[in-house]
Design a protein around this ligand. Structure first.
Ligand code: APR
Length: 229
């Protein structure tokens, strides 16, 4: 049976595809305060601005291609049972061809009801506009988990993390909870590999191997470490 490789990815894996990370841009996300465009309060204040913001993100992401790091994760499926848990709302893991991708913070190319977050619709490339309604008659909003909202996918993410034979963290600052707490569920005897150009704090966690590099090159180094095991 193949070993289970569980991967937690964040904005950094998509950086070399041209999608900006959050915390590298001085607290502003594409020129906006994150609370303005990524919180229930921001949505209540100005839904039009929020819809427009995500419509633009969708247009931008539509033209982005997966990079070598996304592709490397697909190749690893030959040898490992790879489960990707991503904080990203882009679809670059899917575009590359990864078969098991769990989106912790929702998906840019989906819409959700503003009344019932479980009502989710495929969006392909179209915009969401004011007046677009769900089947229960409420305004559609982006299927993105905003600050202060529950992360429904945490339970399945924890379940798979508990079964990991090895855990890879790539391109995340591990500053946003509950996503960052997943490393606490990796069995203590199993290794955690961490690819990021910056040193990332993992507190007292043992068995952490840091590969201080960008995603594409870091994945090459990770693969050669695996080959030498
Ligand atoms: N390759 C790999 N990592 C990179 C690269 C690169 N080319 N460029 C930057 N990074 C790293 C940064 O050093 C940083 O550690 O990617 C990380 C990005 O961190 P954040 O911007 O904090 O993104 P992320 O951890 O995914 O944010 C988590 O916060 O805003 C919310 O919901 C949003 O899902 C997001 C969550």
């Amino acid at each position: 049976m193949k070993q289970k490789m569980v991967v937690l990815s964040g904005a950094g894996i998509s950086a070399e595809s041209g999608i900006k990370t959050f915390r590298d841009s001085g607290g502003l996300w594409e020129g906006h305060d994150v609370m303005e465009v990524a919180s229930p309060q921001g949505w209540a204040r100005n839904p039009e601005l929020v819809l427009d913001f995500y419509n633009q993100r969708r247009k931008q992401a539509r033209n982005c291609k997966p990079n070598g790091a996304h592709h490397a994760l697909v190749e690893l499926e030959r040898e490992f049972d790879v489960h990707i848990i991503t904080q990203n709302v882009d679809n670059l893991h899917e575009k590359a061809g990864s078969s098991k991708v769990l989106h912790l913070h929702g998906e840019l190319f989906k819409a959700q009801s503003s009344l019932d977050p479980k009502l989710i619709y495929d969006l392909s490339i179209i915009d969401i506009n004011l007046g677009d309604k769900c089947e229960r008659g409420s305004q559609l909003r982006p299927n993105v988990v905003w600050f202060g909202e529950p992360v429904f996918a945490m339970d399945p993410a924890i379940e798979i993390t508990r079964k990991a034979d090895l855990f890879l963290v790539i391109g995340t600052s591990l500053q946003v909870y509950p996503a960052a707490s997943l490393i606490d569920f990796v069995p203590k005897s199993k290794p955690i590999y961490l690819i990021d150009p910056q040193p990332i704090t993992t507190y007292n966690r043992q068995n952490v191997i840091q590969i201080q590099d960008k995603a594409v090159n870091g994945m090459e180094r990770f693969k050669s470490i695996l080959n030498k095991r």
